[in-house]
Design a protein around this ligand. Structure first.
Ligand SMILES: [Zn+2]
Length: 496
């Protein structure tokens, strides 16, 4: 057993990190003890009688200021600093303050492990920075380009996981113990179904053509929409309808995929053209052993009452525990996570910056969330999102080649750290000409040929490395503009 003597101020915050890292990630049995008059963490191994001490450079700073909260601008770090230690696999990361207090305290500690990993992990996992530094975009989301991780040049790295891997080595060396691997690499394909069809009827098709001419002022686009509609009518292939394809890919790769479904359309930012068939869609997904989540509407992402109402609605269809992801990723911390906890939601998967990819929480591992306003660990887990189609293509405007390199980099990192590669690829972009070259179909594949398993850039790689899935079942002879028929046929084909 490891006994950790821990300062008694901000005890719940410190205990949260210590338990998460030592117990959940490193598989150790730990007892966290509140100790008065200590300002650092003393970890004692009862089996080997060895001990190791880690400093606290953050909450001690709050204590000396005689304030009882760190949730203000004056305690925002200036930087996330990086330093190297020999014998460790990754660099060390720490919250950095450039004032004299910080320097003088640091200079007193010159032993090998004068490294405050606890406050940087707390900072990244809880995202309390986003509560204090309220820089938002037009959707009232925290803008990732103002995050300390981004300005410090580490947003693209899972620094929490790097810290934990380093800590594993340090603890084994200094305490003479063996830690236990508690996770393995996995891929989690997720699909937020904003719209099941591009056109739900002749009316919406006509409306889009008018919009092309009047709003977008493009006869060319209008012609293209007209032709596409005719093609859908002739072939029965609506470009947004990829449900069967996604199910087929998940089955081929023996993966469970997450399908986040909307239950309400409350404002122009919501689409949700399928709510009348929600029950049937959920039953079908559950029959296929997939994970169904709530795609909280645009308003629900930032309104407690609306969110709880949508949860209640989903409960009527779902009948078992489920998680959530907010539409437009409008989740604000800690309130959205608290609402999830209050509603009995078991996971959230919204913590990703829509405008800039990377590790918003510094990790590729699911983790229990801590409400830093109430100082309470919640029952909801965060499943950090790592790849989103619209971020790479629309916001960052990566070329196909650079997106491919980024996907390879992420997959290698996550595999190395035994984490969860959580990917969001919208059904609405799957068949879009813009997105087709970026498809991550091969990301869903098990490891076979490391350099060839990521992207399907057109048909050549598809033909080489994967049997091309039938995009539409031959039995799915659905006709555009007849949704009831579509769903009925879908269920016939799945033996309902
Ligand atoms: Zn959405």
């Amino acid at each position: 057993m490891i006994i950790v003597h821990c300062p008694n101020t901000f005890f719940q915050e410190r205990k949260y990190v210590l338990e998460y890292v030592l117990q959940m990630r490193l598989g150790l049995i730990v007892d966290i003890v509140e100790s008065e008059k200590v300002d650092e963490y003393k970890c004692i191994c009862t089996n080997t009688a060895k001990h190791v001490v880690f400093p606290d450079y953050f909450w001690t700073r709050v204590n000396v200021s005689h304030l009882n909260t760190y949730l203000s601008g004056q305690f925002l770090p200036q930087n996330i600093s990086v330093f190297e230690k020999s014998g460790l696999k990754y660099p060390l990361y720490e919250l950095s303050f450039s004032d004299s207090w910080s320097m003088s305290v640091r200079n007193q500690k010159d032993d090998e492990i004068s490294w405050d990993w606890i406050s940087v992990i707390f900072f990244m996992l809880t995202r309390w920075e986003e509560f204090v530094n309220n820089q938002t975009d037009k959707h009232n989301r925290f803008d990732g380009k103002f995050s300390l991780a981004y300005t410090s040049g580490v947003l693209h790295l899972p620094i929490v996981d790097f810290c934990i891997e380093n800590l594993r080595i340090l603890l084994e060396k200094h305490l003479g113990i063996f830690t236990r691997l508690t996770s393995s690499f996995s891929i989690l394909p997720t699909h937020d179904i904003d719209n099941l069809y591009r056109w739900s009827g002749v009316g919406t098709w006509f409306k889009e053509i008018v919009g092309d001419i009047v709003v977008r002022k493009s006869i060319k686009t209008a012609k293209s929409t007209f032709r596409a509609g005719l093609q859908v009518s002739a072939t029965g292939r609506d470009p947004y309808y990829t449900l069967e394809l996604y199910l087929q890919m998940a089955a081929e790769q023996k993966l469970k995929a997450v399908f986040n479904l909307m239950v309400d359309k409350l404002c122009p930012y919501d689409d949700a053209d399928y709510t009348a068939f929600l029950h049937m869609i959920i039953q079908m997904l559950k029959h296929k052993k997939q994970i169904v989540g709530l795609h909280a509407s645009y308003l629900a992402g930032q309104n407690r009452e609306v969110f709880l109402h949508e949860v209640k609605k989903m409960e009527m269809y779902q009948g078992e525990e489920f998680g959530a992801r907010s539409h437009y990723l409008r989740t604000r911390v800690p309130e959205f996570m608290q609402w999830c906890h209050d509603a009995g939601i078991t996971w959230d998967s919204s913590l990703f910056y829509a405008s800039i990819g990377g590790f918003r929480c510094g990790t590729c591992h699911p983790f229990p969330y801590f409400n830093f306003v109430t100082s309470t660990q919640l029952s909801v887990f965060e499943w950090p999102l790592l790849i989103m189609d619209t971020t790479w293509v629309e916001h960052q405007q990566l070329t196909v080649e650079s997106a491919l390199q980024e996907a390879i980099r992420l997959k290698r990192l996550v595999r190395e750290l035994r984490g969860q590669l959580n990917i969001l690829w919208h059904n609405t972009s799957w068949n879009s000409d813009t997105y087709k070259p970026y498809r991550v179909k091969l990301l869903f594949r098990k490891v076979r040929k490391p350099l060839c398993l990521l992207f399907s850039n057109g048909s050549i790689l598809e033909a080489l490395f994967t049997p091309k899935p039938k995009e539409y079942s031959s039995q799915m002879k659905f006709k555009i503009f007849a949704k009831t028929h579509i769903i009925a046929t879908l269920f016939e084909t799945n033996n309902f």
